[in-house]
Design a protein around this ligand. Structure first.
Ligand SMILES: Cc1cc2nc3c(=O)[nH]c(=O)nc-3n(C[C@H](O)[C@H](O)[C@H](O)COP(=O)(O)OP(=O)(O)OC[C@H]3O[C@@H](n4cnc5c(N)ncnc54)[C@H](O)[C@@H]3O)c2cc1C
Length: 417
């Protein structure tokens, strides 16, 4: 059997292994002490008698937009359960600072809003944005250089609309800061929104979580895969010696026929001394932003009024960058008597005594340079005995990681035949 090294054990690396493990001799290198990368479930001890499994990375998926990932869960016989994807913002920039976007009753929970034209106007503009975007997608003349900011500007969308809907929604989906979301290429943004049912106020997809936490599927894969798994073994260097690859990791040196990089492009660049200039350039064009991910039980990140509590909370205060919080009780159906939250980039706003875990997870930045690189990657696969996969190949989500592995593996099999 030919030998393949897979660098990184996120969904992309694990799915590549899932597709290849019967036909190749696989080694999965993972620098962390656990498998799964952004699939990271922690067991917290809430009190003496209560232990809870909480996801601090990948949480939700739906059946329509994640068909290959969902099929794998079915094959692995993983139990799933319905999740709630309500969304709320709390912003000191708004005169009435808390809004929940779930249904008519939550939106107008403050009855005074029924008499305030601003709130009808916001709904009107959400609808206008959605309709204009659907029209763009149907038109033959699409300007794919436009950023989201350009589009909003060209169509006179108000500051109120941008601050209370577009920016919170976009930065929550991509866990990035407001300026990054406005730089997002408009076409890519609306394609994603359309695919996920987000260009419509009704007919949203049903979202799901994995029962017992996302790590359940990683554990099932670990049992199934015929692969050598090397945890705590960071790859430090990859070199090409004639028709073999020499891989140096923390634990030693080994030789392989192929490498699949399923880590992030900035990490590939550090170790990929087997790559040519074009491969390096593509990797260099996709940048990442760092997110501090804090697991805690401090309710102060939530709206003051409990009526506006939702699964995703975008909180903006005057002085600081927004804080995005996932209300894990609502997302993962955890008993609400034991509040648990995951907040991204909260600075020092969380009461230290209520923190369970602090971790850093990086997120790709999808600017126009990154989109050009994404288009180049298929042609770069296979050169220098190298294949690439990762959620960064498309929109940055789990199904994107799976699709990237399907593409990389199919190219590998084509070349290896
Ligand atoms: C807070 C948060 C919440 C999210 N929620 C969702 C969600 O609900 N649904 C969804 O679809 N997506 C979600 N995502 C997006 C998530 O990033 C992707 O879905 C996906 O998990 C990324 O997978 P990946 O395989 O591309 O990368 P990763 O999971 O990041 O895997 C890369 C792996 O490579 C390893 N590695 C790096 N360098 C080396 C080296 N030199 N040697 C060995 N190992 C190395 C890393 O340790 C890591 O394990 C979320 C992301 C974040 C940050």
């Amino acid at each position: 059997m030919k030998k393949i090294a897979i660098v990184g054990s996120g969904i992309s690396g694990l799915y590549a292994a899932y597709l290849l493990h019967n036909s190749y001799d696989l080694t999965i290198y993972e620098k962390n002490n656990y498998l799964g990368g952004h699939t990271r479930t922690l067991n917290i001890n809430y009190n003496e008698n209560v232990n809870i499994n909480v996801d601090t990375g990948f949480i939700v998926f739906n059946k329509g937009n994640y068909p290959n990932f969902y099929k794998m869960l079915c094959d692995l016989k993983i139990d799933i359960e319905k999740s709630d994807m309500s969304f709320a913002i709390t912003s000191t920039a708004l005169e009435d600072p808390e809004i929940k976007f779930k249904d008519f009753n939550s939106y107008f929970a403050n009855k005074a809003r029924l008499l305030n034209p601003k709130y009808y106007n916001l709904l009107y503009n959400i609808n206008r944005f959605n309709n204009l975007s659907k029209k763009t997608l149907n038109s033959l003349n699409i300007d794919n250089k436009k950023s989201l900011a350009d589009f909003l500007n060209d169509n006179n969308f108000s500051k109120f609309f941008i601050e209370s809907y577009i920016v919170p929604m976009g930065s929550s989906i991509w866990s990035c800061n407001p300026s990054q979301i406005l730089e997002f290429p408009y076409l890519s943004y609306i394609r994603f929104m359309k695919n996920h049912g987000l260009l419509s106020l009704i007919n949203q997809p049903q979202w799901y979580v994995i029962k017992g936490g996302s790590k359940t599927y990683v554990e099932a894969l670990k049992k199934l895969l015929k692969a050598k798994i090397r945890l705590n073994d960071e790859v430090l260097n990859v070199e090409k010696l004639e028709n073999k690859l020499k891989i140096t990791s923390k634990e030693g040196v080994s030789s392989y026929d192929y490498v699949i990089y399923s880590n992030h492009p900035n990490q590939v660049l550090k170790i990929g001394n087997n790559l040519d200039n074009e491969q390096r350039k593509a990797m260099d064009s996709i940048k990442y932003s760092k997110n501090a991910v804090i697991l805690h039980s401090d309710c102060s990140v939530m709206p003051k009024n409990k009526k506006y509590w939702a699964s995703w909370i975008y909180k903006k205060t005057n002085k600081s960058l927004p804080i995005l919080t996932y209300w894990m009780n609502s997302l993962q159906n955890i008993d609400k008597n034991y509040p648990v939250f995951v907040s991204l980039n909260p600075g020092d706003k969380i009461n230290k005594s209520k923190i369970y875990d602090i971790h850093e997870l990086d997120h790709p930045i999808f600017n126009s340079e990154a989109l050009v690189a994404q288009e180049r990657i298929p042609d770069l696969q296979g050169r220098n005995l190298t294949f690439f996969c990762g959620a960064y190949h498309k929109y940055g989500f789990h199904e994107d990681g799976v699709l990237s592995s399907i593409e990389a593996v199919s190219k590998l099999k084509e070349i290896d035949n």
